[in-house]
Unconditional design. Structure first.
Length: 209
């Protein structure tokens, strides 16, 4: 596995990572929560390999990372309320589940799609230069703890590139909020309290009612 030190990287680093993603390769990359395992989310063979290296059952769906809300709209149905919630909390430690568009392969999720915009500028630039979503599952074997240390992620997961950003600060995985049913529904609480999401939802909804 080739290691790239992101804090020292420049244009050539971004080009190498983008090229790897376009070739269907897997990358271990930092997010604002834990290290993630990334692949071209529209490449079915690459996504299948994500499941394989994690030992993850395909019925446990994947989320995706995008560079911005405009990119999110290629993969998810974004209405006024969901857009304003995303503008408030993203980039950041929240995953929003939305109804999906036809660009999301069923192997990623046949029903909906979880969207992340991690608050790591160089990762967002890589995704933007790549031009599409990448998978955003944690870089660990299914059932084992998520990794904050790149060495631990690389020892556990077989990928092609390790994007080493150093040890990440302590964090829980992202707060997951389901927006497919109208009112937000908590799926998993992380560092961002669900109460803040609900407060913002009620604030947005009030003038729209």
């Amino acid at each position: 596995m080739r290691r790239i030190y992101l804090r020292e990287g420049g244009e050539s680093t971004i080009d190498e990572v983008v090229d790897a993603l376009r070739k269907g390769k897997l990358i271990i990359y930092p997010t604002d929560t834990v290290y993630g395992l990334g692949a071209d989310a529209e490449n079915i063979d690459a996504v299948r390999r994500v499941y394989e290296v994690k030992g993850r059952p395909e019925e446990k769906r994947l989320t995706i990372a995008v560079s911005d809300i405009d990119m999110a709209e290629r993969y998810a149905v974004v209405d006024e309320i969901s857009r304003r919630l995303m503008e408030k909390f993203l980039p950041g430690k929240v995953t929003f589940i939305l109804k999906k568009t036809s660009r999301v392969p069923d192997i990623v999720n046949p029903e909906a799609i979880g969207i992340r915009i991690p608050n790591i500028p160089i990762i967002l630039r890589i995704i933007r230069e790549f031009g599409g979503a990448i998978t955003a599952t944690s870089a660990n074997k299914s059932g084992s703890p998520p990794k904050l240390d790149p060495e631990e992620a690389a020892m556990e997961i077989e990928a092609d590139l390790l994007l080493d950003y150093g040890r990440l600060p302590p964090s829980r995985p992202s707060t997951i909020v389901d927006l497919t049913r109208g009112e937000p529904v908590l799926v998993r609480e992380g560092d961002v309290p669900f109460s803040l999401v609900m407060k913002e939802y009620l604030r947005i909804r009030s003038p729209l009612a």
